[in-house]
Design a protein around this ligand. Structure first.
Ligand code: SF4
Length: 375
């Protein structure tokens, strides 16, 4: 099983909290960017020679800004250079303001079978404060279009602990999603990242400091509400109705190989991680001149172990003790010894062969994972 991630580094405007790689002034080189992405796909085809590609993911940035013929040229390159004969999931991230029925029908026709919609909140105050392009009416309309175009597999992204989002409003956001029968929800805690407008706004006192208490409280509210409505929290930030887990993201958490193309994209295969240059024009130049456009990082046993523990702990399956014993016998005793503290403290529970975070453990998942790291 292998996946392909395609990073589309364009956005209409910068959301204040975002530190992903994107540019808002891309028109002068957009066709060169699409051509470069296709060239990179061709370069990397030998990595997955003879391998069935199970998932493709258009992320960004804002892939829904792509014109239909741009999506087509990327898909055509994929079909011509990779074995997509048994592909199961092709996802595209979309923002509500870009989603027209025409575009959705085109995507469906071309084999895209999953949409991930960036809604964030149904309250205008939140959307404006974070400088989102869309309003809540556009989000609802987009969801209606997604359904009318025949997509049953779709997801929305939500944020919590936004400065203006009260607990009651959070519940109303969730009620709306439940009412709209959305099969998959990703809920992300707003965090303040370096080099974002948000950190400056907070420093200047224009946006209230984020509250950790509120973030914990709202996370608990989300877990409770969604589990009451039969959403499985299959990863700490992801909730799905039965049959609607994201296959692409699940493969990341299972350490399956993937290649990422486009500026700033990462790849992981044969225990190596590569990082593409995070510059749009630099990427195009290097691709065109045939020079190196990525850095390579050889992952050590420790890196692989730490990554496995960190990602698996965040999933509902947890860390399988037999897998640790088999893949990392040198760390097995240490790992087992460390579990005792968290089992006693009630942050971990043991099911058959798996250590899983309890509800309390989920509130401190990163800390618990870091305690298991080999350094
Ligand atoms: S649309 Fe997405 S990628 Fe673009 S700035 Fe907003 S959050 Fe970041």
């Amino acid at each position: 099983m292998a996946g392909i991630y395609i990073h589309i580094p364009f956005c209409k405007q910068a959301c204040y909290y975002c530190n992903f790689h994107f540019s808002t002034s891309f028109e002068r080189y957009r066709s060169e960017m699409i051509a470069s992405i296709c060239t990179e796909l061709k370069h990397k085809k030998s990595v997955f020679k003879g391998v069935n590609i199970k998932t493709v993911y258009f992320g960004g940035g804002t892939p829904s800004l792509l014109e239909n013929q741009e999506v087509d040229s990327i898909l055509l390159t994929l079909y011509q250079n990779y074995d997509l004969s048994s592909v199961e999931e092709i996802t595209i991230e979309a923002n509500p303001e870009d989603v027209s029925l025409h575009k959705l029908k085109h995507w469906k026709l071309k084999g895209i079978n999953r949409i991930s919609l960036g809604v964030q909140s149904f309250f205008e105050d939140d959307l404006q404060q974070m400088n989102r392009v869309h309003d809540s009416k556009q989000a609802i309309k987009a969801l209606e279009h997604i359904k009318s175009a025949g997509f049953d597999n779709f997801s929305i992204d939500f944020m919590f602990a936004l400065p203006l989002l009260s607990d009651q409003q959070l519940i109303r956001n969730l009620d709306k999603v439940i009412e709209l029968n959305v099969p998959h929800i990703s809920c992300y805690n707003l965090t303040v990242e370096e080099q974002t407008a948000l950190i400056q706004l907070i420093k200047k006192g224009k946006v209230e400091e984020l509250s950790q208490e509120k973030s914990i409280r709202q996370f608990e509210l989300i877990m409770e509400k969604l589990s009451n409505h039969k959403y499985l929290q299959y990863e700490i930030s992801n909730y799905a109705k039965q049959g609607y887990k994201s296959k692409h993201n699940s493969a990341y958490w299972e350490q399956k190989p993937y290649i990422g193309v486009g500026p700033s994209a990462h790849s992981f295969y044969q225990n190596v991680r590569t990082h593409n240059i995070p510059s749009n024009t630099g990427y195009i130049k290097k691709i065109n001149s045939g020079s190196d456009y990525f850095e390579t990082e050889e992952l050590t046993e420790k890196d692989l172990f730490n990554e496995l523990v960190m990602t698996r702990l965040r999933t509902c399956e947890g860390v399988n003790i037999r897998e640790i014993e088999l893949l990392f016998p040198m760390y097995f005793d240490n790992f087992k010894a460390k579990t005792a503290v968290f089992l006693r403290g009630g942050q971990l529970a043991f099911f058959g062969e798996e250590y899983r975070l309890t509800k309390e453990g989920k509130l401190m998942a990163d800390y618990i994972a870091s305690e298991f790291f080999e350094v």
